[in-house]
Structures are given as structure tokens and as C-alpha cells.
Design a protein around this ligand. Sequence first.
Ligand code: AP5
Length: 215
Amino acid sequence: MMRLILMGPPGVGKGTQAKRIAARYDIPQISTGDILREARERNSELGRKAQEYMDSGQLVPDDLILDLMEQTLKNEKCRNGFILDGFPRTVPQAKGLDTLLDKLNIGLDLVMVLEVSEDIIIKRLSNRRSCPECGAIYNLLTNPPSQDEICNHCGSELIQRTDDQPETIKNRLKVYRDQTAPVISYYEKQDLITTINGTGEVSEVWERIFSKLLF
Ligand code: AP5
């Protein structure tokens, strides 16, 4: 049983490490970004509403995200814990999550913040490729697929996310500094924050994370 939040700026490695945590502890990875991208693919009402915010690197409005998370966290699959990746991203979302967890009579164990310098982030995001089918994440410099642009796991053609263009990356970093960084202070007051150095190889960062999860 583990209830975690993994925070940090775009491209810091949240998705990469959240997948490892989910597999190691057999808990679901709840990525609001992935859920919104799937909704967009299906052309659902949520996907249509989210599209223009996501493409420009802005945040999707809090009320839409909180409705989505209420439905998600009530689901049976979250009964034995979860790792939240990319949520909450604003102080109102963090407050909304507290209200929701109170209703469900559960609490958080830890909020991990991954940190990496912005020049490394820009390099990582510009070279990211993702699998639209199974969600695997690659990097052309540090973790390329064995076959050019093809997923190692399911053989699908890899894509570059539309928000991984240089101008949009800069905007996402600004949005993080302005709207998401204050969430760290919110959880510091609850004594839940642990900071992790996200530089170095994926396995090194994982070792740092894992050492903090042995509580
Ligand atoms: P979201 O999908 O959550 O994007 P993000 O937070 O910007 O984070 P990313 O997915 O870009 O990066 P990551 O930290 O997961 O890094 P990754 O592991 O892929 O959100 C997208 C959009 O959806 C938002 O802009 C917003 O519009 C909307 N949205 C989502 N949630 C929302 C919310 N709660 N409220 C409102 N709006 C919301 O790694 C990046 C690259 O680096 C990869 O290529 C990877 O292979 C590589 N890499 C990872 N670790 C390492 C390492 N240690 N060394 C070398 N390379 C590495």
C-alpha cells in the first residue's frame, strides 16, 4: 500500500520513473497527461476541451482535472495505492485532492520532487519519442529504440509529442515555475516533500528514488 505524488518540471523524468515505481510496487500510475492524450485520441468531450491548452503548453482548467481525478481515484484499481504523475499542478488542485482524499478516508505517504536543470530538460524533451500504443518512452540520445522510430515492446511507430516543440517547451517551463512550483510549498507545510536529484542515468535516479521508498 503506497500513495505517492511524483512532481517536477516537464521532461524531468516523471513518466519514466513513475512506470518503474508502479511496476515495483504493483500500483497504478495515474498520469493526467496520458489520460488527457488518450481522451484526445478518442475525440471525447474532455479531449476536445483539453486540446488547445495542451498544444500551447497551458494547463487544462482545474475543474476539468478535478472531475477526472475524482472518477479515477474512486476506481477499484486505486484501492491498494497509486502514484500520481503530473497531478496536482496548481494549489487549487492540491486542495481539491485533499478534499477528495478526506472523503475517501485515505492520506498521502510522500510527495517526491524530481529536479534537473532547464538545459538538460530541453535536451531531453527535444529528443523524446513515445509509443502511442503502449506508452513506452524513449530518447534518441540516451535511450533509443533498437529499430529506428519503432517501439521495442509492441512494434508501433513512435511519435514526437506536439508539445515537445522548442517554443512550447519554454512555455511549459514558465507555467511550471508560475503555477506548479507553489504546490511544493503547500506540501512542505504538510511535511510530505522529498527532493530527488534527477540528473544522471535513469537507473541512478531510480536508485535514489527507491532508497526513499523504503519506509
Ligand atoms: P504531462 O504529460 O504531464 O507532461 P509534463 O508534466 O510536461 O511532463 P512530461 O510528460 O513532458 O515529462 P516527464 O517528466 O514525464 O518526463 P519523461 O519521463 O517523459 O502534461 C502534458 C500537458 O497536459 C500539460 O502541459 C497540460 O496541458 C496538461 N495537463 C496534464 N496534467 C495536468 C494537470 N494536472 N492540470 C492541468 N493540465 C494538465 O522523460 C522525458 C525524456 O527524458 C524522455 O525522452 C526520457 O526517455 C528522457 N529521460 C528520462 N529520464 C532520463 C534520465 N535520467 N537521463 C536521460 N534521459 C532521461
